[in-house]
Design a protein around this ligand. Sequence first.
Ligand code: SAM
Length: 243
Amino acid sequence: MDPEVSNLLYRHPELYEVVYDGARHAVARLAEAIFQAQLGRMPASLLDIGCGTGRDLEYLTRHIPDATGVDYQQPMIDFARRQRPGIDFRTGDMRTLRLERTFEAITSFGYTLANVHTNRDIDSVMATYAAHSAPGTLLLLELIDPLRTGKLPRDFHIDIPDLRADAIAEYTFHPAQQILQRERIWRRAKGPVRDSVKFRLLYPKELEYYLDNHGFEILTCHDLAEKHNAASAFVVARHRGRS
Ligand SMILES: C[S@@+](CC[C@H](N)C(=O)[O-])C[C@H]1O[C@@H](n2cnc3c(N)ncnc32)[C@H](O)[C@@H]1O
């Protein structure tokens, strides 16, 4: 396990969907609208990278049966398989994943790409996107908009029969590394517990450069006003084919 991944909710996937309630599948519904706008239909196949608990994939597989979800963390994949049997969930690292096939669409939601911090690792993830793309494959990324970090959520609540907890997030920006660090201290009856995560920010021209180097052209960019996505940029790119 990457020591950077010390997020409390990653260790307890059952809590993830309590904190991030999904706003009635806002992200998956936006993805559907983007697929309809770009293809006039849903894609025939989908790879969701950093699928977490698989909630978005479950919504999208109603219309895309050939779908695979990949996540780095075994507890997330174990939870996704228990909750969503019948969907193909795999454990894998987006820097090295090679499924030896292509998909008509690739998604990566919830700031998954921001979990790699170095330029070299970002390049490796881009190579993974390209390795699973054919000419025309759509790539849909949910990224932190570096110009809207002030809209990232600060108040978090868990209120379920077994656990009540509240946290206020503190964000610290490290400009030289383009890293935004989030610290949360959850207050609960059993005593406080801390979680920490680092997000690598990507500026628009930088993202365009990485994508272009791996054969993708940016088509559009979308926003969502929902609480947990208000700082999100949904970037849609298309693979040109091998250069
Ligand atoms: C904030 S969660 C988003 C989960 C889900 N996509 C969603 O939007 O609800 C980010 C996910 O990225 C995964 N992740 C982080 N680094 C990864 C890597 N190197 N390869 C694959 N998944 C990774 C984490 O395990 C986590 O499940």
